[in-house]
Design a protein around this ligand. Structure first.
Ligand code: GLN
Ligand code: ZN
Length: 757
């Protein structure tokens, strides 16, 4: 060991940064709008950092993560740190505006692509590597936050995305080689940074390497060993802590342990402590044990966690207690919720409460179980109450699922369904439709605000929503679309809307979590067995259907997507929870059918998102995901047409599953080209109907008739007319009514032109 920093005992890997009342979101958006200046934005940020650090120290952590603050995203911050912003933003003089241009683009500059941070709902910006991208150290942010924390007496530990993870998440453009091939070059910059941090008297630095628990790279273990052997061998550096999370460290564990670094962080919520015993090199390392779940909201079983920590003591040089990952992924504090019943509250721990758990466990580990017997008793009581609560064990729901699963959730053969549906619907070839939502008009926003503020009652709200529905139906009739939708004005969010109506879910008042940049979401908490007390969508859809002779498509969110965007229970397999949600959706499809609705769409945009990080886990996931979808859609007659919608065209590993969903009609994005997307589907044996998006709704650009007609003709070379649908590539809620009207008019004309031959 080249350094002699004292091991810490209690920490977290990172924390929320958006502000307990979303102060950062508000400030950043004001700055973007030109309503506050940089100094004011920086002062909001500094206050948030100070409050965060002070509360972590007051709670009892002896090492506090810094540089985890971000104006937008920590991966983008790392790109700035190593001088790897794309050249197209280099000309922007102000460094903050340059940063935001890379994140959000401007009139002339395209932003970096955004994608999901591993299997969480956080999104990071994907660094781009061009042949001429080079690295240079730009440590202003990390040093600034470090000095700021120091001046406040904080035992600060800078946190930086590690070089292996940074490159694994980057993408090559313009024919550049694979980013990971630049590792040695990048490690030189990290080495320079370590020297600088040592000069500043930093004791510990944390490098985040979650990529080591995934199969994203095929030689991650070897790369990690090479990287940290080199960094560890530097003679001027702080103690190095490599944090891994979101899964179990397998082959990368011995590799990291062999490197001359001082601490390794392991996720013991996702992985087990047993594997650590087999690694002798851990005897002279600090193992940072992530026993408190950093990404879900359940209270820790302290007795159990303390047991895990105790066994680790035998295999590690020293043990520190930590969250499994940054608490960025959970809301700030339970104190902000006034509506939770006592039992449910006792089962939960948000960010603040998790820090208290970490501190209690560290005390228990240091001073013995008796030192925290009161905390353990409270945790035991909560766990016992959760186990025995009748809301978590509804025999009726469970029995119904078993019965349906036993009888096989299948429908009639696809061609038999096609005939039955065609007899009923009599749709033209190349039927035109949309994905569900129409523009969120100001009238909708005002109605929601008025309802929340108590200015209008529920009946008035319903009346206003119905007026919106009537407008949308009228517009679609005028445009001549074949299958209409009600426009989804009543839905704030496609998951929350259902969660609010189902038993077993709890919708927080203030449980905001950063999704990306300034965008926050409030995932519902799925804590119990799922029961649908009442119909959820039938009134709206039948109202829409009453206004037109054309078929109106019912709109539901699928079970996988509802799970993916909620905090889910950890006391049963995900599949069981998915089947319960599926049963509720199934009951809704049957009710829609009974109310005369002939077409029902069950959206599954998150099917690919929930794909496990490890290859070996993927098949089992896809099996239950498909089963849940089929459970939710197999309760209807062959003559009822089931649609699904997926938001992507890079199917990759899920393509087989898309065919297995066996929806009658699948609408998808086709950003690449119709031919490519349809070719991939054909190759996977997909033989039902498909609606590859004919234009990109994410852009305000209105496509011309001819360009749509060309792509339809192209599509017809891959799929026969009786299987091809015509639709935009996603919901229209982010567009304006003018854009939508024109684009759909062109889409309908193009379909007519192509039908005519
Ligand atoms: N039906 C939803 C809509 O149109 C689908 C949204 C989505 O694909 N994420 O808004
Ligand atoms: Zn979509």
């Amino acid at each position: 060991m080249s350094t002699t920093a004292t091991p810490f005992t209690a920490t977290i890997l990172g924390s929320p940064r958006i502000g307990p009342h979303r102060e950062l979101k508000r400030a950043v958006e004001k700055y973007w709008a030109g309503r506050i200046d940089r100094a004011e934005l920086e002062s909001v940020a500094a206050t948030l950092r100070r409050d965060t650090w002070a509360s972590l120290v007051a709670a009892g952590l002896d090492s506090v993560p810094v540089n985890t603050f971000s104006y937008y995203d920590q991966v983008l911050d790392t790109a700035v740190l190593v001088g790897a912003l794309p050249t197209r933003v280099h000309g922007i003089a102000d460094d903050l505006d340059r940063y935001f241009a890379a994140a959000r683009g401007n009139d002339d500059i395209a932003p970096l692509e955004m994608t999901k941070w591993f299997d969480t709902n956080y999104h990071y910006l994907v660094p781009e590597f061009r042949p001429d991208t080079s690295f240079s150290l730009n440590p202003a942010k990390v040093l600034g936050e470090l000095e700021e924390a120091r001046s406040q007496g904080i035992p600060a530990r800078p946190v930086i995305v590690g070089p292996v993870t940074f490159l694994a998440l980057s993408k090559a453009v313009d024919g550049a080689g694979t980013p990971i091939d630049r590792l040695d070059e990048l490690v030189a910059v990290y080495a320079e940074l370590l020297g600088l941090l040592a000069d500043h008297g930093v004791e510990w630095v944390q490098f985040d390497e979650p990529v080591l628990v995934t199969d994203i790279l095929d030689n991650a273990a070897e790369l990690a060993e090479r990287t940290y052997s080199r960094l560890g061998a530097l003679n001027k550096r702080p103690s190095v802590f490599v944090a891994t999370y979101f899964g179990e460290l397998t082959d990368a564990l011995p590799a990291l342990a062999r490197a001359p670094i001082e601490a390794i962080g392991v996720d013991l919520v996702a992985g087990s402590a047993a594997v650590l015993a087999a690694v002798p090199e851990l005897k002279d390392k600090l193992v940072v044990a992530g026993v408190v779940d950093g990404r879900n909201i359940w209270r820790t079983d302290l007795e159990n966690a303390l047991g895990t920590l105790a066994t680790l003591q035998g295999s590690a040089g020293a043990v520190a207690v930590s969250t499994s990952c940054s608490t960025l992924h959970v809301p700030y504090t339970l104190d902000a919720e006034s509506d939770i019943d006592g039992a449910l509250r006792s089962w939960l721990a948000f960010g603040v409460e998790k820090v208290d758990e970490v501190v209690a466990l560290a005390r228990g580990l240091g001073q013995g179980r008796d030192a925290i017997s009161a905390e353990i008793a409270a945790s035991d009581a909560a766990i016992a109450s959760r186990k025995s609560d009748p809301r978590l064990n509804n025999g009726q729901v469970r029995a119904r699922i078993s019965a349906i699963v036993a009888s096989g959730s299948t429908r009639g053969p696809a061609d038999q369904r096609r005939t039955a549906q065609q007899d009923r619907l009599k749709l033209p070839s190349l039927p035109t439709t949309t994905i569900g939502s129409y523009p969120q008009t100001s009238a909708i926003r005002i109605a929601r605000a008025d309802l929340r503020a108590g200015h209008i009652d529920a009946a008035e709200y319903v009346r206003r929503m119905k007026a919106e529905i009537a407008d949308v139906i009228k517009l679609q009739e005028e445009l001549g679309l074949d299958v209409l939708v009600h426009g989804e004005p009543e839905r704030n969010d496609m998951v929350q809307y259902f969660a609010e109506q189902l038993d077993g879910f709890f919708a927080t008042q203030n449980g905001w979590v950063q999704s990306y940049g300034s965008r926050c979401v409030r995932p519902p908490i799925l804590y119990g067995d799922v029961v649908r007390p009442e119909q959820m969508t039938v009134d709206w859809i039948t109202y829409a259907q009453s206004l037109t002779g054309k078929p109106v498509k019912g709109m539901l969110t699928g079970p996988v997507t509802i799970l993916a965007w909620s905090f889910v229970r950890d006391d049963q397999p995900l599949a069981d929870t998915a089947y319960q949600v599926a049963l509720a959706i199934r009951d809704e499809t049957v009710d829609l059918q009974s109310a005369g609705i002939a077409i029902i769409q069950v959206d599954e945009p998150a099917l690919r998102e929930l794909l496990p990080l490890r290859t070996k886990d993927k098949a089992a996931y896809l099996r239950w995901a498909v089963d849940a979808f089929r459970l939710s859609t197999s309760g209807v007659a062959d003559s009822t047409q089931i649609h699904t919608h997926l938001c992507y065209s890079e199917f990759g590993e899920v393509i087989g599953a898309i065919a297995d969903l066996d929806a009658d009609v699948t609408s998808i994005e086709a950003a690449r080209s119709h031919m490519e997307v349809l070719g991939d589907l054909n190759a996977a044996g997909f033989s039902n109907s498909v609606g590859p998006g004919v234009y990109d709704i994410h852009s305000p650009r209105v496509p011309g008739v001819e360009e749509i007609a060309i792509s339809l003709r192209e599509a017809l070379r891959a799929v026969p007319a009786e299987r091809l649908w015509v639709n935009p590539d996603c919901g229209l809620k982010t567009r304006t009514t003018d854009e939508v009207t024109e684009a759909l008019r062109h889409m309908v004309s193009a379909a007519a032109e192509v039908r005519a031959g």
